[in-house]
Design a protein. Structure first.
Length: 236
């Protein structure tokens, strides 16, 4: 059974719609923990469209579980991460114009720059995860630059249907096996929801699922605590 880590970016999206104080992602994190989640994930974007620096420092102090900071490899963001020292940093590609993180990191193309960021973070004893598509060459490159974890991008699986979805699921299993064989730990996430999560949760060897949008959307109707509990039950 994988651990469930909740991405609370979209609590902050709602707050930023009015640039006010509510809803507070720090309060949301406490509710997610009460519902039994295993960790909290936030993405400090360069454009600060949702999560703010205030949030990550308060979360770091307040969390009883653990903090996974999604981040780009931009110098200023790495500076903040090395000061914050989250339990884990997940490196993601970031484009200003995108609505959400669109694809995985190209570790082959960005090898030198990514490796430098990995080193700086690991010097501060932060575990580093690389968010990549389920592709063998990306997994090998992730191992070569010394990542601790990879997070397999489940977006292609989530967007597919029928036979195509079965193929995407197989690709996730193959990628997970290869990563474990190389000594990497494996997480997964993006686009997972109450309808499609069970097949991914059933893949043995995946340590954590990182899920955001779907849980926060469900929370609008049933409340955050229930939304997290419902997702946890599907991960068993
Ligand atoms: N994992 C990573 C690396 C992400 O960038 C995101 C989106 O912020 C997620 C997981 C969660 O995706 P979703 O909001 O679609 O559940």
């Amino acid at each position: 059974m994988p651990k469930l880590c909740v991405n609370i970016d979209h609590i902050a999206t709602l707050r930023q719609a009015r640039r006010g104080r509510e809803p507070d992602p720090v309060l949301a994190a406490g509710i997610c923990e009460r519902a039994g989640c295993d960790g909290i994930v936030v993405h400090l974007r360069e454009d600060r469209r949702h999560i703010q620096e205030r949030d990550i420092y308060l979360l770091k102090d307040a969390l009883k579980t653990k903090l996974n900071l999604e981040m780009s490899i931009a110098q200023g963001i790495v500076d903040i991460a090395t000061d914050l020292k989250p339990d884990c940093a997940t490196l993601v590609p970031e484009k200003r114009e995108e609505i959400t993180t669109e694809g995985g990191l190209d570790v082959i193309k960005g090898k030198e720059r990514i490796e430098k960021a990995v080193e700086r973070l690991q010097e501060k004893e932060i575990k580093v995860s690389l968010f990549i598509d389920p592709e063998l060459e990306q997994i090998k490159a992730s191992k070569e630059i010394g990542a601790d974890f990879i997070e397999l991008h489940t977006g292609r699986y989530a967007n597919a249907q029928g036979k195509e979805q079965e193929r995407e699921l197989k690709d996730l299993v193959i990628a997970k096996d290869k990563a474990i064989e190389l000594g990497l730990k494996v997480n997964a996430g993006h686009g997972l929801n109450y309808q499609n999560v069970s097949s991914v949760a059933a893949i043995s060897g995946i340590q954590e699922l990182n899920i955001g949008h779907s849980i926060i959307s469900q929370a609008v109707f049933v409340g955050l605590e229930k939304a997290v509990r419902e997702m946890r039950e599907l991960c068993i």
